[in-house]
Write a protein that binds this ligand. Structure first.
Ligand code: ZN
Length: 879
């Protein structure tokens, strides 16, 4: 059987010929034969002239039992049924359609639609899962009022949840019970949700600014009730924050979060009933790291914020995905910045963007924030749509200012509440509310690729002027050979030799205007002249990472070390350290490739020494500055790279630094390892992060004392952050066999903690990593059917363990290809994600390129390969 591979194009959008005014759903739940009765009130779309178009509705993997049109049962001759649709001709204006379907949740390994997890029922409908539940106009611009009745066995499924408000419940024969839910808000089908099972809940409240009480309920499996407190508190914080920052208040009486261990994504914002991966709900100090707690804060906030940016105003079509995702990621980033350290949050976001989104935007899967076509929409839940999309929204906020941005948001909701709209509508609201011109800015939505800013400067001593010249360009990306100039906010400062920010006065201005200015770039080349500059300054460019670009400026190493010590902008300070280290690592790599040796410059070592010994600095910031640039980021910047050699170079630099800074590292570690009981607050989190960075350097020293330190921290830790940091170092150092066994014995029944155990071994740099991964696939806690396990073991190996994945024998590639083909049969969405591990093959040296190409060809010619995996692999082959 050959599949049809039909791409969908953005410009082909047409509004729906029919609308659905309301839908009444009735579920008779059964593990293998669930019966769904759906009653649709449909009418022709008054805005579309198509009086004779038939009604065609989507359906997939369903058994159709019956169709009634206005009460009359139809014979098969009266409708047309295909594997993906049901067509009813002859509807004039409006009609009531009743459809009965049967489906098998137990066989649903794709985890899209209605499926079982640990014996409980869950749904996932975004993007196109609802059509796997019943025949429906499964597109986001059809917004409908939903009523849902759930019938199930009372003993096995005591909790029955859906969207909106619970309006009735009762008992039936055969030990069954029912609950009826009504959602008062119109919504597209992708926001539908149903949960049924043996669940318990922790509850809390939030009182809105208007005095209304909102009930918050977090549902988990009975053994996990002691791990919900952080998620519940995060929901309360998010509700308060959205009222204060944007004036957005929750609109239902109850807000429910349910956790499931089988989930393709992080979490889903279904109206009033958010379904979460357990990873983003369950946490307590001895099972979750500080990063896990942070992740829960941001994902809970993200899904909650979608209630306005996504649910109340949704996307017209899936090409507009960034309308809700870019905006909501921006909102959750701002939330995390406000509840924690703004500087640290920003640096972490930029690191993720560079490591993952930049790689995507420079490779075969590069696409605009608003893509133009897709074969499988699930492939477009990407770093570009989410993270670059958030950067685009952030740039609008930078250009308009905080108040201007809020005015834009207010206009956006005034115009579009209850509608399905486009990215253009969002930008128009922002522009109109501020009388701003954002026409050129919209190129950020349509042009892919990472813009490059090449900067140079000239100081005129006689005139006391400093001129900055910026040339912008953007490399070609698939389907887009030429780019037009972007509208880019470039924030900068000028630092004098004493380390002070100079007041900035542009030529033609009568007064200086602040020490950080946002220049607006609109042309391929522009110059800006600052006057009254008393001495040659060191420019501090792209403050707070004001645009998602690569920037080059001919800073000397001394300039960079000066900025590390003096820049008032925390991001640029970190960036200077990062640029210094990254230049150095690239030089050392090239030297090693030529079999030459280079010693580390003393200035670089001394600047790190200063960071370690300066007590005034924020420990979290110091930790970030001490961390060397990641191998994945460096891989993007070296041509024809050998990942094994790159890993050796990075490790040897870390070893040299550890030897040089041994005394300072030991002192700082001892100061921070104070034996105080664990607390999760920003000060303690910052101190732990620096302590564990020091530990990771010390672990590079070949001294018995260090082995003892690691073993001690592992054994004595009262929290997962410290325990895991020690275990990671032990695993990389000598295998840590005893501790790994101890860890597994302690946590064998905790799936999320076991995920960490799998990842540590999958990412170990010690020889034999692949054979250990293969052996771990037989471990009783592992399952190829569970997305978290696939990510923890297989994706972690293929995407984070560069040296072993790219081993010269090619076994890593064959292993990945075998798993992609295998997983594609049960869960194509997860297989397609895994397949992106091959995306960067053109950056590698020729032998590895050839081996990867062969594996990509093997995957692409596999019989019955899903559209999703085919799309990723075929694009990679075209690179
Ligand atoms: Zn989202």
């Amino acid at each position: 059987m050959s599949k049809s591979r039909q791409a969908i194009h953005r410009l082909d959008y047409t509004p729906p010929a029919f609308l659905i005014d309301r839908v009444d759903l009735n579920f008779e739940l059964d593990e293998t034969a669930t019966r769904v009765t759906s009653r649709l009130v449909v009418q022709r779309n008054p805005k579309v002239a198509s009086a004779d178009a038939p009604l065609t509705i989507d359906g997939e993997d369903l058994t159709l039992e019956s169709v009634k049109l206005d009460g009359a049962l139809l014979t098969p001759a009266q409708f047309e049924l295909t594997p993906s649709s049901l067509t009813l001709p002859g509807i004039e204006q409006d009609a009531i359609i009743e459809i009965v379907t049967r489906l098998n949740p137990a066989a649903n390994t794709q985890l899209m639609g209605l499926y079982l997890s640990n014996g409980n029922f869950f749904t996932q409908c975004e993007a196109e899962g609802f059509r796997r539940i019943t025949y429906y106009l499964d597109r986001p611009d059809v917004m409908t009022r939903f009523t849902t009745t759930i019938i199930a066995d009372k003993t096995r499924f005591p909790v029955l949840l859906s969207n909106g408000n619970r309006v009735g419940e009762g008992v039936l024969d055969r030990n069954r019970h029912w609950v009826k839910w009504v959602d008062p808000f119109r919504k597209p089908a992708y926001l539908f949700a149903l949960v049924a099972g043996k669940l318990v809940s922790q509850t809390g409240q939030h009182t809105t600014s208007g005095g209304k009480t909102v009930h918050i309920e977090v549902y988990v499996e009975p053994g996990d009730l002691d791990k919900c407190e952080h998620a519940l508190a995060a929901a309360q914080k998010a509700m308060r924050w959205d009222e204060e920052r944007f004036g957005l208040v929750y609109d239902l009486d109850t807000y429910m979060i349910v956790a499931t261990s089988d989930f393709n994504m992080g979490a889903m914002e279904n109206k009033g009933l958010n379904i979460f991966n357990t990873k983003y709900v369950l946490a307590k100090p001895d099972t979750a790291t500080d990063a896990d707690f942070d992740g829960i804060d941001s994902v809970v906030a993200h899904e909650y914020f979608h209630n306005w940016t996504g649910n109340r105003v949704t996307c017209r079509d899936w090409f507009q995905l960034s309308l809700k995702e870019g905006l909501t990621v921006y909102r959750d980033q701002e939330f995390s910045s406000d509840i924690g350290s703004r500087a640290v949050a920003r640096i972490q976001n930029v690191r993720t963007l560079r490591e993952l989104q930049f790689a995507e935007d420079a490779g075969p899967q590069a696409h605009p924030v608003r893509p133009d076509s897709y074969l499988e929409i699930n492939n477009f839940y990407t770093m570009t749509v989410y993270e670059k999309g958030a950067e685009v929204v952030r740039m609008i906020a930078t250009l308009l200012g905080r108040d201007g941005f809020r005015k834009g948001m207010e206009l956006y909701f005034r115009r579009h509440d209850g509608q399905a709209v486009t990215c253009d509508d969002f930008v128009a609201a922002m522009a109109d509310a501020n009388n701003a011109d954002l026409e050129q800015f919209k190129r950020w939505y349509s042009q892919a690729g990472i813009p490059q800013l090449d900067c140079s400067s000239d100081y005129n001593e006689a005139a006391r002027t400093f001129t900055l010249t910026v040339r912008q360009s953007c490399p070609p990306t698939p389907g887009q050979p030429e780019k037009l100039p972007f509208h880019i906010p470039l924030a900068l400062g000028l630092v004098d030799r004493r380390g002070h920010d100079l007041p900035l006065q542009l030529d033609g201005e009568t007064m200086p205007g602040g020490t950080t200015r946002v220049l607006e770039l609109r042309e391929a080349e522009q110059s800006f002249t600052f006057v009254n500059v008393p001495c040659p300054p060191v420019p501090s460019l792209l403050r707070d990472f004001s645009a998602p670009v690569r920037l080059d400026y001919p800073w000397t190493q001394d300039d960079l070390i000066f900025l590390v010590a003096c820049d008032s902008d925390a991001f640029c300070r970190w960036e200077a350290a990062n640029t210094c280290a990254s230049r150095l690592l690239k030089e050392l790599y090239l030297a090693a490739a030529r079999n030459e040796k280079i010693v580390l410059p003393a200035g670089f070592i001394d600047s790190l020494r200063c960071l370690l010994t300066e007590p005034e600095l924020d420990p979290a910031l110091v930790a970030l500055m001490l961390e060397l640039p990641g191998e994945r980021t460096l891989l993007e910047e070296i041509d024809s790279v050998d990942p094994g050699l790159l890993q050796q170079v990075c490790q040897s630099v870390k070893q040299q630094l550890a030897r040089e800074l041994r005394a300072e590292l030991l002192i700082r570690y001892a100061q921070l390892n104070d034996g105080e009981p664990y607390r999760y607050d920003s000060i303690e989190v910052a101190q732990r992060s620096l302590k564990n960075v020091c530990l990771s350097y010390l672990a590079e020293l070949d001294e018995p004392m260090v082995g003892e330190m690691l073993a001690n921290q592992y054994a004595r830790a009262d929290n997962m952050t410290d325990r895991l940091a020690a275990l990671k170092a032990l695993v990389n150092r000598d295998g840590g066999e005893a501790q790994l066994a101890d860890f597994a014995a302690r946590w064998q029944d905790d799936a999320l903690v076991m995920d960490k155990w799998f990842t540590l071994q999958a990412t170990s740099r010690r020889p034999g990593a692949l054979s250990r991964v293969e052996k771990l696939m037989d471990h009783p806690a592992f399952s190829l059917r569970n997305p978290n396990k696939v990510r923890a073991l297989i994706s972690a190996f293929c995407q984070q363990n560069l040296a072993h994945f790219h081993a010269a024998d090619g076994y890593g590639y064959a292993f990945a290809a075998d798993r992609i083909i295998e997983i594609d049969k049960s869960n194509p969405q997860i297989a397609a994600r895994l397949a992106s591990c091959f995306n960067r093959w053109p950056r590698l040296e020729p032998k590895r390129q050839a081996m990867i190409r062969a594996e990509l060809e093997r995957i692409s010619t596999t019989e019955n390969l899903s559209n999703g995996t085919f799309e990723i692999v075929s694009k990679a082959l075209q690179a």
